[in-house]
Design a protein around this ligand. Sequence first.
Ligand SMILES: C[S@@+](CC[C@H](N)C(=O)[O-])C[C@H]1O[C@@H](n2cnc3c(N)ncnc32)[C@H](O)[C@@H]1O
Length: 290
Amino acid sequence: MESTTTQAGYEGDYVQRFQFYLQHSGEHTVMREFMDKVLPAEFARIGEGKSDLNFLGVGSGQGEMESYMLNILQSKFPTTPISAHIVEPSIALIENFKASVTKAPNLQKVPFTWHPVSCADYEKQVKGMGNAHKFDFMDMIQMLYYMDDYVAVIKFFHSLLREKGRLMIIHEAAGSGWGTLWSVFAKDLCTKSVTKYISGGDIKGELDKMGLKYEQHSIPNTMDITECFVEGSKLGAMLLDFMTDQDSFEKAYSPETRAKILDLLRNKCCTEKNGRLLFDCSLTCFLVHA
Ligand SMILES: C[S@@+](CC[C@H](N)C(=O)[O-])C[C@H]1O[C@@H](n2cnc3c(N)ncnc32)[C@H](O)[C@@H]1O
Protein backbone atom coordinates (compact mmCIF):
# COMPACT_ATOMS: atom_id res chain seq x y z
CA MET A 1 0.00 0.00 0.00
CA GLU A 2 2.75 2.48 -0.79
CA SER A 3 1.65 3.94 -4.14
CA THR A 4 -0.16 7.09 -5.41
CA THR A 5 0.73 9.46 -2.60
CA THR A 6 -0.77 12.95 -2.78
CA GLN A 7 1.65 15.19 -0.89
CA ALA A 8 -0.18 16.31 2.22
CA GLY A 9 1.98 16.13 5.33
CA TYR A 10 4.65 18.30 6.94
CA GLU A 11 7.76 18.79 4.81
CA GLY A 12 10.72 21.15 4.59
CA ASP A 13 11.06 23.99 7.09
CA TYR A 14 7.72 23.11 8.62
CA VAL A 15 9.20 19.90 10.07
CA GLN A 16 11.82 21.96 11.96
CA ARG A 17 9.26 24.51 13.10
CA PHE A 18 7.04 21.76 14.47
CA GLN A 19 9.95 20.10 16.36
CA PHE A 20 10.82 23.48 17.83
CA TYR A 21 7.20 23.96 18.93
CA LEU A 22 7.11 20.53 20.58
CA GLN A 23 10.25 21.28 22.58
CA HIS A 24 9.16 24.74 23.59
CA SER A 25 5.58 23.85 24.55
CA GLY A 26 6.25 20.60 26.41
CA GLU A 27 3.16 19.31 24.58
CA HIS A 28 4.30 15.70 24.45
CA THR A 29 5.18 15.76 28.16
CA VAL A 30 1.63 16.72 29.17
CA MET A 31 0.25 14.12 26.76
CA ARG A 32 2.45 11.39 28.28
CA GLU A 33 1.29 12.32 31.78
CA PHE A 34 -2.30 12.15 30.59
CA MET A 35 -1.75 8.79 28.86
CA ASP A 36 -0.15 7.34 32.00
CA LYS A 37 -3.28 8.26 33.95
CA VAL A 38 -5.96 7.20 31.50
CA LEU A 39 -4.70 4.57 29.07
CA PRO A 40 -3.75 1.60 31.28
CA ALA A 41 -7.38 1.12 32.36
CA GLU A 42 -8.70 1.88 28.84
CA PHE A 43 -6.35 -0.67 27.28
CA ALA A 44 -7.19 -3.29 29.90
CA ARG A 45 -10.86 -2.96 29.00
CA ILE A 46 -10.32 -2.81 25.21
CA GLY A 47 -8.05 -5.86 25.12
CA GLU A 48 -9.81 -8.09 27.61
CA GLY A 49 -10.41 -11.54 26.09
CA LYS A 50 -8.85 -10.69 22.69
CA SER A 51 -6.26 -12.98 21.12
CA ASP A 52 -4.54 -10.17 19.20
CA LEU A 53 -4.57 -6.37 19.18
CA ASN A 54 -4.34 -3.97 16.24
CA PHE A 55 -3.18 -0.38 16.74
CA LEU A 56 -3.47 2.45 14.19
CA GLY A 57 -1.76 5.85 14.30
CA VAL A 58 -3.16 8.51 11.94
CA GLY A 59 -1.06 11.62 11.18
CA SER A 60 1.51 10.29 13.65
CA GLY A 61 4.43 12.54 12.72
CA GLN A 62 7.60 11.00 14.15
CA GLY A 63 5.51 8.71 16.30
CA GLU A 64 6.73 9.70 19.75
CA MET A 65 3.21 9.35 21.14
CA GLU A 66 2.41 6.13 19.25
CA SER A 67 5.61 4.48 20.56
CA TYR A 68 4.72 5.60 24.06
CA MET A 69 1.17 4.21 23.81
CA LEU A 70 2.40 0.94 22.31
CA ASN A 71 4.65 0.53 25.35
CA ILE A 72 1.69 0.97 27.67
CA LEU A 73 -0.36 -1.49 25.60
CA GLN A 74 2.44 -4.06 25.64
CA SER A 75 2.89 -3.75 29.38
CA LYS A 76 -0.82 -4.50 29.82
CA PHE A 77 -0.77 -7.46 27.40
CA PRO A 78 2.79 -8.80 27.37
CA THR A 79 1.90 -12.09 25.67
CA THR A 80 -0.77 -10.90 23.22
CA PRO A 81 0.44 -10.29 19.63
CA ILE A 82 0.17 -6.56 18.86
CA SER A 83 0.46 -5.08 15.35
CA ALA A 84 0.81 -1.40 14.47
CA HIS A 85 -0.26 0.45 11.33
CA ILE A 86 0.84 4.03 10.70
CA VAL A 87 -0.75 6.51 8.26
CA GLU A 88 1.56 9.53 7.85
CA PRO A 89 2.08 11.37 4.56
CA SER A 90 5.22 13.31 5.53
CA ILE A 91 8.16 11.34 4.17
CA ALA A 92 10.59 13.16 6.48
CA LEU A 93 8.53 12.40 9.60
CA ILE A 94 7.66 8.79 8.79
CA GLU A 95 11.33 8.04 8.07
CA ASN A 96 12.27 9.46 11.48
CA PHE A 97 9.55 7.33 13.05
CA LYS A 98 10.88 4.17 11.34
CA ALA A 99 14.42 4.96 12.51
CA SER A 100 13.26 5.40 16.12
CA VAL A 101 11.42 2.06 16.03
CA THR A 102 14.56 0.19 14.94
CA LYS A 103 16.33 1.62 18.01
CA ALA A 104 13.54 0.88 20.53
CA PRO A 105 14.24 -2.48 22.24
CA ASN A 106 10.65 -2.91 23.44
CA LEU A 107 9.11 -2.39 19.99
CA GLN A 108 11.07 -5.17 18.29
CA LYS A 109 8.24 -7.67 18.71
CA VAL A 110 5.63 -5.32 17.17
CA PRO A 111 5.28 -5.64 13.38
CA PHE A 112 4.73 -2.18 11.84
CA THR A 113 2.95 -1.55 8.53
CA TRP A 114 3.84 1.88 7.15
CA HIS A 115 1.38 3.83 5.00
CA PRO A 116 3.18 6.98 3.79
CA VAL A 117 -0.05 8.50 2.48
CA SER A 118 -2.74 11.01 3.45
CA CYS A 119 -5.95 9.88 5.14
CA ALA A 120 -7.80 10.39 1.87
CA ASP A 121 -5.40 8.12 -0.03
CA TYR A 122 -5.48 5.52 2.74
CA GLU A 123 -9.28 5.50 2.56
CA LYS A 124 -9.15 5.02 -1.25
CA GLN A 125 -6.70 2.15 -0.86
CA VAL A 126 -8.76 0.45 1.84
CA LYS A 127 -11.96 0.78 -0.17
CA GLY A 128 -10.16 -0.50 -3.28
CA MET A 129 -9.02 -3.63 -1.43
CA GLY A 130 -12.47 -4.53 -0.19
CA ASN A 131 -11.39 -6.31 2.97
CA ALA A 132 -10.50 -3.54 5.44
CA HIS A 133 -8.12 -4.10 8.34
CA LYS A 134 -9.90 -3.38 11.65
CA PHE A 135 -8.37 -1.83 14.76
CA ASP A 136 -8.77 -2.01 18.53
CA PHE A 137 -7.26 1.39 19.18
CA MET A 138 -6.53 4.32 16.90
CA ASP A 139 -5.28 7.84 17.52
CA MET A 140 -5.50 11.19 15.73
CA ILE A 141 -3.28 13.61 17.62
CA GLN A 142 -3.20 17.25 16.54
CA MET A 143 -3.87 16.40 12.91
CA LEU A 144 -7.52 17.05 12.04
CA TYR A 145 -6.72 20.73 11.23
CA TYR A 146 -5.29 19.62 7.88
CA MET A 147 -8.29 17.64 6.65
CA ASP A 148 -10.52 18.99 3.87
CA ASP A 149 -13.44 17.19 5.49
CA TYR A 150 -12.58 16.17 9.04
CA VAL A 151 -16.08 14.83 9.74
CA ALA A 152 -15.76 12.35 6.85
CA VAL A 153 -12.30 11.37 8.14
CA ILE A 154 -13.65 10.65 11.62
CA LYS A 155 -16.58 8.68 10.16
CA PHE A 156 -14.37 6.56 7.92
CA PHE A 157 -11.77 5.67 10.56
CA HIS A 158 -14.45 5.10 13.18
CA SER A 159 -15.94 2.48 10.83
CA LEU A 160 -12.65 0.55 11.12
CA LEU A 161 -12.92 0.03 14.90
CA ARG A 162 -13.24 -3.50 16.23
CA GLU A 163 -15.55 -4.45 19.06
CA LYS A 164 -14.79 -2.51 22.31
CA GLY A 165 -12.32 -0.37 20.32
CA ARG A 166 -11.58 3.32 20.88
CA LEU A 167 -10.66 6.23 18.63
CA MET A 168 -8.57 8.75 20.57
CA ILE A 169 -8.64 12.33 19.25
CA ILE A 170 -6.36 14.90 20.91
CA HIS A 171 -6.92 18.45 19.69
CA GLU A 172 -6.59 22.09 20.77
CA ALA A 173 -9.25 22.84 23.36
CA ALA A 174 -12.19 25.14 22.70
CA GLY A 175 -11.47 28.49 24.35
CA SER A 176 -7.70 27.92 24.45
CA GLY A 177 -5.30 30.60 23.21
CA TRP A 178 -5.12 28.77 19.88
CA GLY A 179 -8.90 28.85 19.49
CA THR A 180 -9.04 32.57 20.29
CA LEU A 181 -6.14 33.52 18.00
CA TRP A 182 -7.29 31.42 15.06
CA SER A 183 -10.95 32.36 15.25
CA VAL A 184 -10.40 36.12 15.62
CA PHE A 185 -7.75 36.22 12.86
CA ALA A 186 -9.13 33.40 10.69
CA LYS A 187 -8.99 35.54 7.53
CA ASP A 188 -5.29 36.35 8.02
CA LEU A 189 -4.17 32.98 9.36
CA CYS A 190 -6.11 30.37 7.38
CA THR A 191 -4.11 30.96 4.22
CA LYS A 192 -1.61 28.09 4.12
CA SER A 193 -1.75 24.53 5.44
CA VAL A 194 -4.88 25.22 7.52
CA THR A 195 -7.73 26.63 5.44
CA LYS A 196 -10.47 26.46 8.06
CA TYR A 197 -9.66 26.34 11.78
CA ILE A 198 -11.46 23.75 13.87
CA SER A 199 -11.25 23.56 17.66
CA GLY A 200 -12.03 20.79 20.11
CA GLY A 201 -15.46 22.44 20.48
CA ASP A 202 -16.21 21.93 16.78
CA ILE A 203 -15.18 18.28 17.00
CA LYS A 204 -17.39 17.76 20.04
CA GLY A 205 -20.36 19.27 18.14
CA GLU A 206 -19.80 16.90 15.21
CA LEU A 207 -19.38 13.82 17.43
CA ASP A 208 -22.70 14.72 19.04
CA LYS A 209 -24.37 15.16 15.64
CA MET A 210 -23.06 11.76 14.54
CA GLY A 211 -24.55 10.30 17.70
CA LEU A 212 -21.22 8.77 18.73
CA LYS A 213 -20.54 7.95 22.36
CA TYR A 214 -17.32 9.33 23.86
CA GLU A 215 -15.56 10.45 27.02
CA GLN A 216 -13.94 13.87 27.09
CA HIS A 217 -10.81 14.75 29.07
CA SER A 218 -8.98 18.01 29.40
CA ILE A 219 -5.17 18.26 29.19
CA PRO A 220 -4.14 21.70 30.50
CA ASN A 221 -0.94 23.24 29.19
CA THR A 222 0.73 26.63 28.80
CA MET A 223 3.69 27.84 26.76
CA ASP A 224 5.94 30.78 27.60
CA ILE A 225 5.64 33.28 24.72
CA THR A 226 7.24 36.29 26.48
CA GLU A 227 9.92 36.42 23.76
CA CYS A 228 7.27 37.19 21.12
CA PHE A 229 7.13 40.67 22.65
CA VAL A 230 10.90 41.23 22.70
CA GLU A 231 12.02 43.29 19.69
CA GLY A 232 14.52 41.34 17.55
CA SER A 233 14.16 38.06 19.49
CA LYS A 234 14.89 35.06 17.25
CA LEU A 235 13.01 32.72 19.59
CA GLY A 236 10.02 35.08 19.55
CA ALA A 237 10.08 35.22 15.74
CA MET A 238 10.16 31.41 15.48
CA LEU A 239 7.22 31.13 17.87
CA LEU A 240 5.20 33.68 15.91
CA ASP A 241 5.95 31.92 12.61
CA PHE A 242 4.68 28.63 14.02
CA MET A 243 1.69 30.12 15.81
CA THR A 244 0.48 31.94 12.70
CA ASP A 245 1.47 29.13 10.27
CA GLN A 246 3.61 31.51 8.19
CA ASP A 247 7.17 31.25 6.84
CA SER A 248 7.72 34.71 8.32
CA PHE A 249 5.24 36.49 10.60
CA GLU A 250 7.26 39.67 10.06
CA LYS A 251 6.95 39.57 6.26
CA ALA A 252 3.44 38.10 6.03
CA TYR A 253 1.55 40.93 7.76
CA SER A 254 1.39 44.70 7.83
CA PRO A 255 2.66 46.44 10.99
CA GLU A 256 -1.00 47.16 11.95
CA THR A 257 -2.05 43.51 11.68
CA ARG A 258 1.06 42.36 13.57
CA ALA A 259 0.28 44.83 16.36
CA LYS A 260 -3.34 43.60 16.55
CA ILE A 261 -2.26 39.94 16.70
CA LEU A 262 0.33 40.68 19.41
CA ASP A 263 -2.25 42.65 21.38
CA LEU A 264 -4.71 39.74 21.25
CA LEU A 265 -2.01 37.26 22.22
CA ARG A 266 -0.98 39.31 25.23
CA ASN A 267 -4.43 40.30 26.45
CA LYS A 268 -6.75 37.44 25.47
CA CYS A 269 -4.63 34.30 25.09
CA CYS A 270 -2.15 34.55 27.97
CA THR A 271 -1.94 34.72 31.71
CA GLU A 272 0.96 36.51 33.39
CA LYS A 273 3.10 34.75 35.99
CA ASN A 274 6.32 36.06 37.53
CA GLY A 275 6.65 38.54 34.68
CA ARG A 276 6.28 35.82 32.02
CA LEU A 277 3.44 35.55 29.48
CA LEU A 278 1.96 32.06 29.41
CA PHE A 279 -0.07 31.17 26.33
CA ASP A 280 -2.96 28.78 26.95
CA CYS A 281 -2.29 25.78 24.69
CA SER A 282 -4.56 23.34 26.52
CA LEU A 283 -5.80 20.25 24.75
CA THR A 284 -8.94 18.16 24.74
CA CYS A 285 -8.99 14.39 24.39
CA PHE A 286 -12.02 12.51 23.09
CA LEU A 287 -12.13 8.75 23.54
CA VAL A 288 -14.74 7.74 21.00
CA HIS A 289 -16.43 4.36 21.45
CA ALA A 290 -16.72 1.80 18.64
C1 LIG B 1 0.77 18.86 14.24
S1 LIG B 1 1.45 17.45 13.46
C2 LIG B 1 1.10 16.22 14.67
C3 LIG B 1 2.03 15.04 14.60
C4 LIG B 1 1.86 14.03 15.73
N1 LIG B 1 0.54 13.46 15.77
C5 LIG B 1 2.21 14.68 17.06
O1 LIG B 1 1.29 15.11 17.77
O2 LIG B 1 3.40 14.78 17.36
C6 LIG B 1 0.28 17.10 12.17
C7 LIG B 1 0.57 15.82 11.45
O3 LIG B 1 -0.50 15.56 10.51
C8 LIG B 1 0.10 15.09 9.32
N2 LIG B 1 -0.84 15.32 8.21
C9 LIG B 1 -1.04 16.45 7.51
N3 LIG B 1 -1.97 16.25 6.55
C10 LIG B 1 -2.37 14.96 6.67
C11 LIG B 1 -3.31 14.13 5.95
N4 LIG B 1 -4.02 14.63 4.94
N5 LIG B 1 -3.47 12.84 6.33
C12 LIG B 1 -2.74 12.34 7.38
N6 LIG B 1 -1.84 13.08 8.09
C13 LIG B 1 -1.67 14.36 7.75
C14 LIG B 1 1.39 15.89 9.21
O4 LIG B 1 2.32 15.34 8.29
C15 LIG B 1 1.87 15.85 10.64
O5 LIG B 1 2.60 14.69 10.92
